[in-house]
Design a protein around this ligand. Sequence first.
Ligand code: NAD
Length: 357
Amino acid sequence: MQKHVLIIAGDGIGPEVTQVGKQVLDKVAQKFGHTFTYDEALIGHAAIDATGNPLPNETITKANAADAILFGAVGHPKYDNDPSAPVRPEQGLLGIRKALGLYANLRPIKLFDELLSASSIRPEILRGADILFFRELTGDVYFGEKVRSADRNTASDLMVYERYEVERIAVKAFEAARTRRKKLCSVDKANVLESSRLWREVVQDVAKRYPDIEVEHQFVDAAAMLLIKDPKRFDVVVTGNLFGDILTDEASQIAGSMGMLASASVGDKIGLYEPIHGSAHDITGKGIANPLASVLSVALLLDISFGMKVEAETVINAVDKVLKAGYRTRDIADSATDTAMILNTEQMGQQLLTALA
Ligand code: NAD
């Protein structure tokens, strides 16, 4: 099969981990007789530096010409410390999600058994946890009207959802639940927020089309508690942009590290695949970033955008094999890890390529 992939490596550790993801794609192409061609594009701080724009038009044009996008991360400390900067790296990411209609963010949360001890949660609570989050990605406070009063002392962000926005992500989540354990939890704050009352109403309506799926509704505060107390109770979770952002970072602890979690942002056309972590300024340039989230993003890309299920499984099995062999990056090592088994980004990439071969 011939496919064209756009690489948008972005900022910070983005290029470091995406390079490993691309090597894995190349290895898969070689092993299974596919041809993957690539292009590259700028976003975030790298794009601001080069063009003054966090999302140059050229990036959108290249994205529309691709079959899938492998994404790194955006962000730079300069902007984190200056909340009033009008042009910001994350505008690039929010902009590309909107421009490509990527309204559903899928985040599988599954712990590799070998990493049970890397999590701060007790192994007996974690073992067997397998959650698929659907985070809505193009609505909510991220895209609602933002206002600052003339005296600068009052600020507001409008939390807004339209019926069709909730319905289309609910349908995706219900469909996914059908292929899994047939349980769906919708998370909102319907006891307080009108936008959440609409969310719940729409999910209840969509649920009527899926009588085979067991549905529950949780308030976001309770869901945050239950995720840590009993993660195994969840199968598919569907929630809004803000709640999903927070809950999936919390859930990253179930997987042991931010460096282990992949995500897929999809709409009705192209898909964008990225680690859930950011640009990690604290370790940028040190060559120690964990590339496994990028590699697992490649597995999602192969599965969802290219329909290559066997190839995707092969990538996940390679990650499993490397972890079983005892190799770790620093973020997933624990006190029992032999220091000789702690690898840098490039070495971890090499182990994966060997496992794939
Ligand atoms: P972060 O995810 O970049 O880092 C949080 C912590 O996790 C850091 O200690 C970091 O070293 C560690 N970490 C993250 N990924 C890792 C990896 N692959 N290997 C090893 N350790 C890893 O979040 P942050 O520090 O809150 O944000 C840093 C910047 O990233 C900010 O500018 C923020 O705006 C941006 N950000 C971007 C995205 C994105 O591009 N999707 C997401 C979140 C944050």
